[in-house]
Design a protein around this ligand. Structure first.
Ligand code: PMV
Length: 316
C-alpha cells in the first residue's frame, strides 16, 4: 500500500464566538497559511496490527494502544476505524505535523482530527465523505471542549467561509470582495474549554445579561454577513470593534488581547477584536486602506508572539 497524506487548514472566527454556543450565528473562515498534516504509511517492521503514532512537535512517538483513552489522536484513529467498520486493521504508521499554534484559537485540534480521518480512511481505500469527517472531528471536540458549537470542525472540514448556526446545516456564503485580516497571537495558550466553561457559569448566574450579550453578538454576525456578501468591507471594522466590546463584557478578553487590539487600531486597522475562545490566543484586525505589514509590525511591537496575514475570499 502506498503512503497517504491529508492536510487541513487552521481557522479564525470573524464574528460570533461564544454566542454561537448558545444558538447565535457566527462567521468563520479557513486560514490556509497554517496546516495540520497526517501521513499514513504501511507498518513495515511493526508487530502485526500495531499502529505507531508519531507527532514530533509534541514529542510523541508511541504505539496507539499505549496512549491514554482520552488522547485526541487515539480518538481520531479509533473513531475513523469504527466509521470504516475495521476492527483489526493491518499495521500502519501515522505521522502528524502541524504549523497551527496549539490552544491559540486557530483550530489546531480540529484540523489534526480532520487530517487523521482523511489520511487513515484513504489509506484503507475508502476515503470518508466530508459529513463523516466532520462528525468525527465534532465527537473529539465534544470530548475535549465540553459543549462546543461545532464551528471549528465545520469550517476546517469544508475549508471555506461558513455562516454557522449550531445544529443547522452548513451555510457557505459569498465573499463580495476579498479582504485582508492580520492575526496576532498573544502567545498565551488558553484552552477554549476553560473560557467556555467560565462563560457558562456566568450565564447560569445571570442569564438575562448574558442572553442580551449573546443576542448582540448574533445581531453583529448577521449584519457582518450582509456586509461581507455585498462587499461593504468598510462596515466590517466597526462591527469588529463592537463585537470585541461585547466579548470584553462577557469576560473573555485579557489585558494582552486588549493591548494588541488597541495597537492594531492605532496602526490604522479598520477594526479589531479577539478571535476564538479568548483570554489568550489570537486577535484579528481588518487591514483596509492600510498596509497589512504596518499592522503586523505594530502587533509585534506590542508583544505579539506571531502574526499571520491572510486573505479572506471564497477560494483561498
Ligand atoms: O477554538 P477557538 O478558541 O477558536 O474557539 C471556539 C469558539 C467558541 O465559540 C469560543 C467555542 C465554540 O465551541 O464555538
Amino acid at each position: 500500500m502506498p503512503n497517504f497524506t491529508a492536510s487541513a487548514p487552521g481557522k479564525i472566527i470573524l464574528f460570533g464566538e461564544h454566542a454561537v454556543v448558545y444558538g447565535q450565528p457566527a462567521i468563520a473562515v479557513p486560514v490556509t497559511q497554517v496546516q495540520a498534516r497526517a501521513t499514513v504509511a504501511p507498518g513495515i517492521g511493526l508487530p502485526q496490527g500495531e499502529i505507531q503514532i508519531s507527532a514530533p512537535e509534541i514529542a510523541l512517538d508511541s504505539p496507539l494502544h499505549a496512549l491514554p483513552l482520552d488522547h485526541a489522536i487515539k480518538q481520531a484513529v479509533d473513531l475513523t476505524l469504527t466509521a470504516l467498520g475495521i476492527q483489526r486493521p493491518t499495521a500502519f504508521k501515522l505521522k502528524i505535523t502541524s504549523s497551527i499554534p496549539l490552544a491559540a484559537g486557530l483550530g489546531s485540534g480540529a484540523a489534526v482530527s480532520v487530517a487523521i480521518a482523511r489520511a487513515v480512511s484513504a489509506f484503507f481505500g475508502r476515503p470518508l465523505a466530508d459529513e463523516q469527517v466532520n462528525a468525527i472531528a465534532y465527537e473529539i471536540e465534544k470530548i475535549h471542549h465540553g459543549t462546543p458549537s461545532g464551528i471549528d470542525n465545520t469550517v476546517i472540514t469544508y475549508a471555506q467561509p461558513v455562516y454557522f448556526i449550531k445544529g443547522q446545516p452548513i451555510e457557505a456564503f459569498e465573499i463580495g470582495i476579498p479582504f485582508t485580516i492580520v492575526i496576532g497571537d498573544t502567545g498565551i495558550a488558553s484552552p477554549t474549554s476553560i473560557a467556555v466553561g467560565d462563560v457558562r457559569r456566568a450565564w447560569e448566574q445571570d442569564s438575562t445579561s448574558y442572553d442580551a450579550l449573546f443576542a448582540a453578538c448574533g445581531e453583529i454576525a448577521r449584519n457582518a454577513r450582509t456586509a461581507i456578501e455585498q462587499g461593504e468591507i468598510g462596515a466590517l471594522g466597526p462591527w469588529m470593534n463592537e463585537n470585541h466590546a461585547v466579548l470584553q463584557k462577557m469576560g473573555v478578553s485579557s489585558p494582552e488581547l486588549d493591548r494588541l487590539v488597541e495597537a492594531a487600531r492605532a496602526a490604522g486597522a479598520a477594526g479589531a477584536k479577539l478571535s476564538g475562545g479568548g483570554r489568550g490566543g489570537n486577535m484579528i484586525a481588518l487591514a483596509r486602506e492600510v498596509d497589512p505589514d504596518r499592522i503586523a509590525n505594530a502587533l509585534l511591537d506590542a508583544g505579539a508572539r506571531n502574526v499571520v496575514v491572510t486573505q479572506v475570499g471564497n477560494k483561498q
